[in-house]
Design a protein. Structure first.
Length: 276
């Protein structure tokens, strides 16, 4: 079983691949993009017949590891080219896996395929296109072409980080939707504090107004924590049978005008000296 992954539907990954045609739904071994200009008709990619810049066909530019990495789902298109006019393709949700020093595209959830005549069919759960019988395989990332496919991951919604590129965002438990580092993403509590921390904490620190809290208890849980203030004021409190009795509680008794401390059994008056 693979670890739970986040969705990262980035376009721009492009590599040659290979898969065993006798293994149904088998992963596609990624072979890098460097040899693509040697085997593929680049007019389909560039729109021009000559002058192709081969420097862009390298793993640092369009390798799957560089574009999406190992920790994310992505939307893929796999094309099995038999000749320049015959291609069988599959698209769906995938992720990367490394084994024996090799990188594989795992076809996690295939959604649709096209046959050699260009006719498209949906792929039911557990079904895969027959790939690997052609001359070579091209694998690349694409934006999900439909809303249904964009919402393949539960608890997700569609946003956009760049123009014309729908990007599903998965919301994990206890997260909010937000924009951080110029990316629309799920924001957890730590990231939320990075965003609003100064805007919340600084006004609180700098405020000179009275701060009223309706909390029943204010507890410092850190070991040896303390409260320091030039003046500590206890509001006068009537001490009777309804007064909470917790060992260590200190009150200013409004009836006796005395400080009292509860020792676990009874209230004891704290004595003080009268100033002359």
């Amino acid at each position: 079983m693979h670890e739970k992954k986040k969705a990262k539907y980035r376009i721009g990954a492009l590599e040659l691949g290979w898969t065993d045609k006798d293994v149904i739904g088998g992963p596609v071994e990624l072979l890098g993009p460097e040899a693509i200009p040697d085997v593929h008709n680049l007019t389909m990619i560039t729109g021009v017949e000559t002058g192709v810049d081969r420097s862009g066909f390298c793993k640092d530019v369009c390798g799957f590891e560089k574009v999406v990495g190992f920790d994310h789902y992505f939307y893929y298109q796999i094309e099995d080219w038999h000749d320049k006019n015959t291609v069988i393709s599959e698209r769906g949700l995938g992720y990367l896996e490394e084994k024996d020093g090799k990188t594989f595209l795992v076809r996690h959830k295939p959604v649709a395929y096209k046959d050699q005549h260009g006719r498209q069919y949906p792929l039911p759960k557990g079904m895969y296109a027959d790939l690997g019988a052609g001359s070579y395989i091209l694998a690349y990332t694409i934006p999900p072409p439909t809303y249904i496919e964009a919402l393949s991951i539960p608890h997700s919604l569609v946003a956009s980080t760049s123009e014309g590129n729908p990007t599903p965002v998965e919301l994990e438990p206890n997260t909010l939707l937000g924009r951080m580092d110029n990316v629309v993403q799920a924001i957890d509590s730590d990231e939320l504090m990075r965003i609003v921390g100064d805007k919340v904490v600084d006004p609180l620190i700098n405020s000179q107004k009275q701060l009223d809290l309706k909390a029943r208890h204010l507890r410092l849980t850190r070991k040896n924590s303390s409260v320091a203030s030039p003046i500590v004021r206890l509001l006068p409190q009537k001490v009777d049978d309804k007064t909470p009795r917790q060992r260590g509680s200190i009150v200013f008794n409004s009836q006796t005008n005395r400080l009292q401390c509860y020792d676990g059994e009874k209230w004891k008056t704290i004595a003080w000296e009268e100033e002359e």
